[in-house]
Design a protein around this ligand. Sequence first.
Ligand code: PLP
Length: 359
Amino acid sequence: MSPDPVRLAELMAEAIAANWFSNGGALHMQLEQALTRREAASDAASLTSSGTMALMLALGLGNLPLGSEVITTPLSFAATAQAIAWSGLRPVFADVDAEMLTLCPRAVQAAITPRTSAILPVHFLGVPCDVAAMAEIAKQHGLWLVYDAAHAFDVSFGGQPLGHYGDAAAFSLHATKILHTGEGGYVVTRRGQAQAFRRMRNFGLEAGKPVGMGLNGKLSELQAALGLTLLPDLASELQARAALRRSYDAALGGIPGLRLHATRAEASDSLGYYALRLAPDLRARLHVALAESRIIARDHFPILCGQGTPWPDASIVTAEGGPALAPSLGAQVLCLPMHGRVTASDVKRIAVVVRSVMQ
Ligand SMILES: *Cc1c(COP(=O)(O)O)cnc(C)c1O
């Protein structure tokens, strides 16, 4: 979304007039409250300086032993595993579900060791994880459960916003996400933990005294001004994206051999991503063909572990001990443009290119 420059200037002028640029100013409070209102009544949203910081603080809230293991998925953006490592914890990669591409509960179970302290699943491309199975495993083994919900803004499951699941859920407000503050993020915690979370976000200070570990994870007033500027346009952006999703479904649904990446029953649609599933060679051809028509598709994301990554020696734990599915499944994904400015004629053009490649 693109901000109205006049509205942005007005809000920034408020911060300047107040001479208040960070540490929970008026704009920060307004944005935090607006995000909290979107969550379930029992939950609270707390802003952070980035989505990566949101993940680190959500892990930090669990008081996990240094060096302990956090089970996560190899299909995600780099930030997921890096947030674990920068927190002094060890990422352990488990395989994904073949349909949903989210962390496979049986693989998670197989990855648990006496050193496991937490699970960090990702609602990948806005498809909810198997939240019931994850909650059950976490409870059984006493593990902290943090969701990376960076792809899942405005997605609900079973009538609840996705931030409601787990011990905490981390969202990103980066410029590439639906709602943004340039850089930024937020964490949804249960209401009773919001105070401890916000203390940790501010150097662990309470009334100026360091009562626990913390760091600087705060969002500035000028960034909050950007978020508040975009907020009134959010509903129409979401509507446009939902309509775009329906147009894509109608235009691409009947193309032989093309698989549209589907979500779970009981989940609302992802409005952040529209993903196709294709054999890797077809994916590469379609990617090039779209680029030749000046349509930018994205092959989200390179796998997080193995050769050429920060975890070259990590293998992906599978339920049955066989080869992992994640690398080949990840190589199937191609995301089409998903934002409010994609027009009906763009969709037609895209469908023509897709058809020509699939023939
Ligand atoms: C965007 C994103 C993040 C957080 O990114 P920041 O740029 O730090 O806000 C984390 N995980 C995933 C899966 C993401 O896509």
